[in-house]
Design a protein. Structure first.
Ligand code: AP5
Length: 212
């Protein structure tokens, strides 16, 4: 089973991917996480991506596609969850080519439908662990101790691109560059729309029924 998690920033793609990985034997490929890993480790790729990510812009297609090709090259027989890729029609076309050459095609594209107000609430409230990347929410999923990760005791912070200005830009970039990818998959016939409102568990039970 190969799945693609699709939707606007804050729709819950990462949250649902984590629940899927807990319940099924799938590899989680998140381009956002891969970029953040490179930023944290101060690699050349991280340095290149930083200026785009901090402002809420997309990292150029050439850089992103190359990064995903490298990951596909290392994938074994396991099924995968793609989270945050593709985000442009050019990336979706590149993924088609990659699927052909690696014989690993996407079975379902799960699109999370979430109203803008709720996206803003989720993004402004999101907190992440600097050490292990665990995701929390100031209101919906607070840490037990203020600023301390429940999983590893690391420092919990706000992502630089979760500041108001960057959020506005990410939502604008989504409408302009990423929303057209939805029509791309609708025409292919493997797009499934899921109501992304309600608790993470509510959404996950909808995702489960799609997979089943
Ligand atoms: P990325 O990390 O992929 O950011 P994103 O797509 O903007 O997605 P988010 O991580 O913001 O949201 P999500 O949908 O995963 O929501 P989450 O589950 O965390 O990318 C970051 C940047 O990297 C991009 O801006 C770009 O610069 C670059 N990049 C990445 N991929 C790229 C690509 N392909 N091409 C070019 N550039 C690329 O949930 C959000 C919050 O809500 C959390 O606090 C969570 O706890 C909470 N929450 C989630 N679900 C629920 C629920 N059901 N109820 C209550 N709270 C919930």
């Amino acid at each position: 089973m190969n799945l693609l998690m699709f939707g606007p920033p804050g729709a819950g793609k990462g949250t649902q991917s984590a629940l899927l990985v807990d319940n099924f034997d799938l590899a989680h490929i998140s381009t956002g996480d891969l970029f953040r890993y490179n930023l944290k480790n101060e690699t050349p790729l991280g340095a290149e991506a930083k200026k785009y990510i901090d402002a809420g812009n997309l990292v150029p297609d050439s850089v992103t596609i190359k990064m995903v090709e490298d990951v596909f090259g290392r994938l074994g027989e396991k099924g995968f969850i793609l989270d945050g890729f593709p985000r442009t029609v050019a990336q979706a076309e590149a993924l088609d080519e990659l699927s052909l050459s690696t014989k690993k095609s996407v079975d379902k594209v799960i699109f999370f439908e979430v109203p803008r107000e709720l996206l803003l609430e989720r993004l402004t409230g999101r907190r992440v662990c600097k050490a292990c990347g665990a995701v929390f929410h100031a209101a919906a999923k607070p840490t037990k101790a203020e600023g301390v990760c429940d999983e590893c005791g690391g420092e919990v912070i706000q992502r630089t691109d979760d500041k108001a200005e960057a959020i506005e830009n990410r939502l604008k970039v989504y409408e302009e560059s990423t929303a057209p990818v939805k029509s791309f998959y609708r025409e292919k016939g493997n797009l499934v729309e899921v109501d992304g409102t309600g608790s993470a568990e509510d959404v996950f039970s909808r995702v489960r029924s799609v997979i089943n």
